[in-house]
Write a protein that binds this ligand. Sequence first.
Ligand SMILES: CC(C)(COP(=O)(O)OP(=O)(O)OC[C@H]1O[C@@H](n2cnc3c(N)ncnc32)[C@H](O)[C@@H]1OP(=O)(O)O)[C@@H](O)C(=O)NCCC(=O)NCCS
Length: 329
Amino acid sequence: MKRPIAQFAATGRGIPERVMTNHDFASIGIETSDEWIVERTGIRERHIAAPGETTCTMAAAAARQAMERAGVHAGDLDMIVLSTATTDRLLPSTAVDLQAELGATRAAAFDISAACAGFIYGTSVAEAMIAAGSAETVLVVGAERMSSIIDWTDRATCVLFGDGAGAAIVRPAKQGRGILGSFIRSDGALANLLYRPAGGAAHPFDEQVLNDRSFYVKMAGREVFKHAVRSMAEACDRALDAAKLTSADIDLLIPHQANVRIIEATAKHANMPMDKVYVNVDRYGNTSSASIPIALDEAIETGRVQEGSTVLLVGFGAGFTWGSMVVRF
Ligand SMILES: CC(C)(COP(=O)(O)OP(=O)(O)OC[C@H]1O[C@@H](n2cnc3c(N)ncnc32)[C@H](O)[C@@H]1OP(=O)(O)O)[C@@H](O)C(=O)NCCC(=O)NCCS
């Protein structure tokens, strides 16, 4: 086992108040049913941001909670790494908006784009900056307003996603606690299985994009499902190998919350019984890069992660990107 370099000092979450249940899709003319959605995905409801509630405001709520719990002031932050697929504006980053909102005047702030694996990527960047001696106190955030980028007329995708943010303060490890092993990987050859075809610089927004609705998320659901299961399984193995541990050493598996069937397949591969797996996809849907920090924050708050707990985080998303991390708390 390597000596940990960085650890999570505290976490927080920022969740919109408004809840949309599976039954509510009927009121917006979507032909679906609670039974179909629950059976295929395990999702029962999701939180949806109100007008004025942005990626930045949710990120700020999560960040403030994590900072307060860690006893960190805005002026202590050396760096803000914000993962999002739903940047509030195309330029500049949402991380700089968050920096201004928090008053973190000493920090370098930037966004990363690694979709649902973004919190693992962001934490890996924080760990590397701490290892290099370039930062001591890093705010890592996963924040998503997925409701802004999904096609509310496409029942195959609109039922899957939700809004929210999760945050963590990452600091130098103490007393052997922290990140014991991690792994990140991508495969851009598969990008078009889950993507927004247009609206970016290669195909800027125009009338055709508007008519085709090609600025919304498009997904080949079945293909994504297969790759998610395969990649999350690989990621579990790689982080455990890096930490020189086995699944018997893991107290809690916290997977990305996209679909309960993907979670169950990941748990089965990792040889983890479901009572050692954190599941909240039923209440949040898929909040992309916010899903792992939201779940981690809930797991800490409810005592499922305690001092001394060893936790395996694993994520997968558009890109494809995937990654994992073994953490001792
Ligand atoms: C999206 C997903 C739930 C669809 O489940 P599936 O079993 O693969 O279903 P299919 O896409 O094959 O569709 C089956 C049928 O259900 C229909 N359907 C799709 N969405 C529906 C909905 N919300 N309600 C009712 N029916 C729906 C389809 O139209 C299709 O009908 P048809 O056979 O008459 O054409 C599943 O593929 C999945 O979860 N994929 C991974 C998605 C994901 O997690 N992405 C994010 C990764 S980070």
